[in-house]
Design a binder for this molecule. Structure first.
Ligand code: SF4
Length: 391
């Protein structure tokens, strides 16, 4: 769907003052496509990189012309793809363009850093303003990295972290994947040892998802992981990370005190995030939209001062409430049920309250004061609990 940013603004109804938003940049290029990856990413050429850069600059000013007075941006996240392939001066240019076009008070600027990227760029990224790195480590087991089709080794992870610390990064996240075919106790031990040695400020422990359309599906089907095995692995990480001093603050995320990712919290707390780049998703008040996951179509529209969107939704109160609960109940802290009822005061809450009572009686939800949450012992079945509550 082709839309102008002015048409987007026309649909916005914003009551809140002092809205704090996040900005997400999607850089879609990688050296090689990993067989399990369902993101919009592929090996790009220099010419496509340049197309992306000029499109992004244009998208920032286009969106800002309509939306810039409505919020202040306080977090930035460069994701992808492999945004660590960008040059430090390109990151600096994008941050400067963001600051010129929007009200910004940037507190957290995260760059996804692939351990196959040269660590020599790290100091440049730090100087460009990046203050948090998210490392796509995936595993501290070399054979597991190979079976995932990753280009980096365990040594590369250790080397990258050493270089990141030397460059002055004091906020590092490590992404790990669990529930993989062939994963056994030695892999778990390698991973927990790796965390113990490198001491990142945050660890994200992801399970494979959306395997339907990726080549890795075959490896999965040949050696599937049962639900019982997955549950055991997940619980082992919960215990081990707790013992290593990490607090689980979301279904897949653990952090040392004060290091929960501020940008990702915006998604879970249903705060505004404005996305830039092909496939980037945005959410602001009762609007949700997503740039088309196609570099050429995205940039063609942008260069004509339009937006080509694969999704554009004006949310009803009921849908927004459901989305807020769906994302907020992923957090260990859950949601403020009292505040939510005030915020969506026009809605009938009786069926939600009945279900909350039922689910709480079964230990699937806890309502303490006005805080509603899923106990961490039930996180693995959070989707089932949410569908019981919401549908
Ligand atoms: S490096 Fe990351 S974004 Fe790129 S293909 Fe692999 S998993 Fe996907």
């Amino acid at each position: 769907m082709i839309l102008s940013p002015g048409q987007l603004k026309g649909k916005l109804k914003i009551k809140e003052k002092n809205l704090k938003a996040g900005a997400y940049f999607h850089y879609p290029f990688c050296l090689k496509k990993c067989p399990y990856c369902h993101f919009y990413s592929y090996p790009g050429q220099e010419e496509e990189h340049r197309l992306w850069l000029s499109g992004i600059q244009q998208e920032i000013s286009l969106v800002a012309e309509q939306l810039s007075g409505l919020f202040e941006i306080e977090t930035v996240y460069f994701g992808g793809g492999t945004p660590s392939s960008l040059r430090p001066e390109e990151i600096e240019g994008l941050l400067s363009s963001l600051s010129k076009n929007f009200n910004c008070d940037l507190k957290e600027i995260t760059l996804e850093f692939n351990p196959e990227t040269s660590g020599q760029k790290l100091l440049g990224f730090k100087q460009a303003g990046v203050n948090r790195l998210s490392l796509g480590a995936q595993s501290f087991s070399d054979w597991m990295l190979k079976s995932l089709g990753r280009l980096h080794s365990v040594d590369d992870i250790f080397e990258t972290i050493n270089q990141a610390r030397k460059a002055g990064f004091t906020n590092l996240n490590l992404d790990l994947m669990i529930g993989l075919p062939g994963e056994d106790t030695p892999v778990f031990e390698d991973n927990t040892k790796g965390i113990e040695i490198t001491r990142p400020e945050q660890v994200a422990v992801y399970m494979l998802e959306e395997l339907d359309e990726v080549p890795f599906k075959k490896a999965w089907e040949e050696n599937p992981v049962s639900e019982e095995e997955l549950a055991e692995t997940y619980e082992n990480y919960q215990t081990a990370l707790g013992q290593l001093g990490y607090e689980q603050y979301e279904i897949s995320n653990y952090a040392r005190q004060g290091y929960a990712c501020r940008h990702n919290l915006k998604y879970w707390e249903y705060k505004p995030v404005i996305g830039f780049g092909p496939s980037a998703a945005s959410h602001l008040a009762f609007l949700r939209w997503q740039d088309i996951p196609d570099l050429k179509l995205w940039s063609k529209a942008i260069l004509e001062s339009q937006m080509n969107l694969s999704e554009y939704l004006v949310l009803s109160q009921e849908t927004a409430l459901k989305e807020k609960l769906m994302s907020g109940l992923r957090l260990a802290a859950g949601v403020d049920w009292g505040l939510i009822k005030e915020e969506y005061a026009g809605l009938d809450f009786s069926s939600y309250e009945e279900k909350i009572t039922e689910l709480a009686a079964n230990g699937c939800l806890e309502l303490a004061g006005s805080r509603l949450r899923i106990p961490s012992s039930r996180f693995l079945v959070a989707n089932l609990i949410l569908s019981e509550l919401l549908f």
